[in-house]
Design a protein around this ligand. Structure first.
Ligand code: ADP
Length: 320
């Protein structure tokens, strides 16, 4: 393999730049060329690329987002679009494609491989951490850290004013960020889409705690489980407590990646290139139990990832 292409696709995640750095420098070290395409699959269709040398990935490890930028590409969802993408890659002498992205982006890579036999390799980049085949996706640790920092700050004011705060965190259809941030931030309740919840039941508990003198609380809600703006007035009505809400939104995905996400990005990016060279394709690089592994994309993408039940139980016990 002499020339590979690299894209970041879907939602951006802090630590993607570390993965870009590792893909480029590992490939160059193995005597290969890397074409970096801008804006994910859209850039492939538009032939928007630049050859990447070692220097082009200097000074980026501490930067959030992705220097290759990212996009969502409707055309790539159609077979015709994917056919054009493969033609563009082949025209440029590209023999393999590394995709750094979330489940949508990696599904696109798998389909591309299945339809045209094009060698692809996936690197999990998603603050949501909803991919099977890895304990951690790039960006999750940073997003959780930002959410916990915000919870700590809000808790100070919640305590000072005897207030309840409903804090909405990201996570699309799952509760990974909510559970991790809720546990670390000492939340009194964590609402996630995977587990049915009873708001009256939670409010009963808050009232009970209030009767014992605890008049400030934090409720974490994953965006897929409801909107803080709607939940907050209901909590106020049911508890009688002064209740406010905060939607953390996009601040959770920006900023400098944690050391964990940087090293994760480097390890997964380097591993992806080594696996491609070794002839593996249609896999995703992952960190499982501290070890780097490649798992077929077909295995990873056909089932939703579950939140660790032990953590859910722990959250319940801690909220008592
Ligand atoms: P993420 O990778 O963060 O999950 P998306 O779900 O938006 O983000 O997917 C990013 C891009 O991947 C889409 O805009 C599309 O180009 C491609 N993609 C997603 N799902 C598919 C699919 N089922 N088939 C082909 N391409 C897909």
């Amino acid at each position: 393999m002499k020339r590979i292409a690299l894209i970041t696709s879907g939602g951006d995640a802090p630590g993607m730049n570390a993965a870009i750095r590792a893909v480029v420098r590992t490939a160059i070290g193995r005597g290969m060329e890397v074409l970096g395409y801008q804006h994910g699959y859209s850039g492939i269709l538009l032939d928007e690329f630049q050859p990447m040398d070692s220097k082009s990935v200097g000074g980026i490890i501490n930067r959030g987002g992705t220097i290759l930028q990212t996009a969502r590409c409707k055309e790539f969802r159609e077979k015709e679009g994917r056919e054009r993408a493969v033609a563009q890659l082949r025209k440029n002498g590209v023999e393999g494609l590394v995709v750094i992205g979330g489940d949508g982006s990696l599904t696109g890579a798998l389909v591309l491989h299945e339809e045209f036999g094009f060698p692809v390799y996936g690197v999990p980049g998603s603050i949501d951490n909803d991919l099977n085949g890895t304990d951690y996706s790039i960006g999750f640790d940073t997003a959780v850290g930002i959410a916990v920092d915000a919870i700590d700050r809000i808790r100070d004011t919640a305590y000072s004013h005897d207030r309840v705060f409903v804090i909405e965190v990201m996570g699309r259809r799952n509760g990974f960020i909510a559970v991790e941030a809720g546990l670390a931030g000492g939340a009194e309740a964590i609402l996630i889409p995977e587990v049915p919840y009873s708001l009256p039941g939670i409010c009963d508990k808050l009232r009970g705690a209030g009767a014992r003198g605890k008049r400030s609380s934090i409720i974490i809600v994953a965006e897929g489980a409801g909107h803080a703006a709607e939940i907050s007035p209901k909590v106020a009505e049911m508890t009688g407590f002064d209740t406010r809400y905060v939607v953390l939104g996009h601040i959770q995905r920006g900023g400098s990646p944690t050391a964990f996400d940087r090293v994760l990005g480097l390890r997964l990016g380097a591993f992806a290139v080594e696996r491609l060279i070794a002839g593996y394709t249609a896999e995703m690089a992952g960190l499982v139990g501290g070890r780097l592994v490649g798992t077929p994309l077909s295995q990873i993408l056909n089932a939703p990832r579950r939140v660790d039940p032990e953590k859910l139980l722990l959250a319940e016990v801690m909220a008592q």
